[in-house]
Design a protein around this ligand. Structure first.
Ligand SMILES: [Fe+2]
Ligand SMILES: [Fe+2]
Length: 400
């Protein structure tokens, strides 16, 4: 693999020197450049391509948020990481739309290394440069308008109930992805991974959520879906049913609470790639759906034809870039190919796959009918005789 090109920006010479010393052991894998301001960084980028930029936030002249915004506009495929010592609300909300990941000072070299490495592996996997650029530049995902309004109204109430906020957020694909991105960023110094929206809200606190929602456009429905053959409410109904169905299956098969929640969040997010592709390439996506209808193809096959990748990979890529927990990425990336996960027991991935397939069969929506249950994988887990029970659970989830 070619060496990764990484650019570090910080106005304090001491910090830059410290980084240089700390990261010296990685010279064999990375080519690193260290500059002291946003202006110099932008000039440097015109001379030489970089894969990753790691920038300080508070700098005189051009601050980190302004710099990363410009980098996003000019070089959307670059991975953008914020390295900052100040964990305050404004800063968080300022860079939430422009940075892929945050890391706090003093920086842990191994953590930074792992972060950069993961981001580069992910970006290397996506073939289509155009698709990669678009995903790199995504700063928000469309939300269901009613849920966004409901959330705003809930935040204006006198006694704000954080459980109610969590309940609204966890019903929305875009808002769930965004909040998990934020809470899992090393910015908050959390030692464990949070993979459910309710817990994320409780952890971040009402004030942070308020700032995020009311003063920042990241939660807003920035680009309504312009596709003709699929609407955000179709996708929402499908995702909610799969989430509730997957959780019910996980529960019925005796998985613990944490795994049940993982199945739920995985279900909400499993088709986030459809949202990404349909909101950014509406005309092409309509053509892919048309092909699904006329040629009776499965949607991943049609997507492959038009985009060179499927919604599963696209979704896992964006969430990976945002630093979401690995088990969620796994569910999103593999929900149509669970045989790639070599497991001989029930997992949240199997629950999501089963709920997805059964929901598709029951809904008979061309986009969501994605084939049959993976018999080999489900047999390996000893659960093949459970399909009727699962179908009933998914049916209840859709109607209950
Ligand atoms: Fe899917
Ligand atoms: Fe699906």
């Amino acid at each position: 693999m070619a060496k990764q090109q990484i650019l570090f920006v910080d106005d304090e010479p001491m910090v830059l020197q410290g980084l240089q010393r700390l990261l010296r052991p990685f010279r064999t894998e990375w080519d690193m450049a260290f500059v002291e301001s946003g202006q110099v960084a932008l000039a440097k980028l015109t001379e030489h391509p970089f894969d990753v930029i790691v920038s300080d936030m508070r700098m005189p002249g051009m601050n980190g948020a302004e710099l990363l915004k410009e980098v996003m506009r000019r070089y959307p495929a670059m991975v953008r990481i914020v390295l900052s010592g100040h964990a305050d609300n404004d800063l968080v909300t300022q860079c939430v739309g422009v940075a892929h990941q945050y890391i706090s000072k003093p920086c842990d070299p191994d953590q930074l290394k792992a972060m950069i490495r993961n981001a580069c592996i992910l970006s290397g996997r996506l073939v289509d440069e155009e698709v990669r650029k678009v995903i790199g530049a995504i700063d928000s995902l469309p939300s269901v308008p009613e849920l966004y309004l409901e959330l705003k109204a809930a935040l204006k109430e006198e006694d704000i109930d954080s459980r109610n906020l969590g309940a609204i957020i966890q019903k929305d694909i875009g808002m769930t992805a965004k909040i998990l991105k934020l809470v899992n960023s090393s910015f908050f110094g959390l030692r464990r991974v949070i993979s459910d929206a309710q817990e994320a809200v409780a952890y971040l606190g009402i004030d942070t959520i308020k700032t995020l929602v009311l003063s920042n456009s990241v939660f807003e429905q920035s680009k309504p879906l312009r596709t003709k053959l699929i609407s955000i409410s179709d996708l929402w109904h499908h995702s909610m049913t799969v989430a509730a169905g997957a959780k019910a299956i996980a529960h019925a098969e005796g998985l613990g609470m944490a795994s049940q929640e993982e199945a739920f969040v995985g279900g909400i997010l499993h088709d986030v790639g459809v949202l990404i592709l349909a909101s950014n390439f509406p005309d092409t996506y309509d053509k892919a759906v048309e092909l699904v209808i006329t040629e009776q193809l499965m949607i991943p096959t049609a997507e492959q034809e038009f985009f060179g990748v499927t919604h599963a990979e696209v979704g896992a890529y964006l969430l990976g870039l945002w630093g979401l927990p690995a088990p969620i990425l796994n569910i999103v990336g593999l929900h149509h190919r669970i045989h790639l996960q070599d497991e001989s027991q029930v997992t949240p991935l199997i629950a999501v796959h089963a709920a997805d397939v059964l929901c598709g069969i029951q809904q008979q929506h061309p986009l969501f009918e994605t084939g049959r249950l993976d018999q080999a994988a489900i047999e390996r887990a000893g659960l093949w005789d459970r399909q009727e029970a699962w179908a009933a659970l998914v049916h209840d989830a859709a109607h209950g």
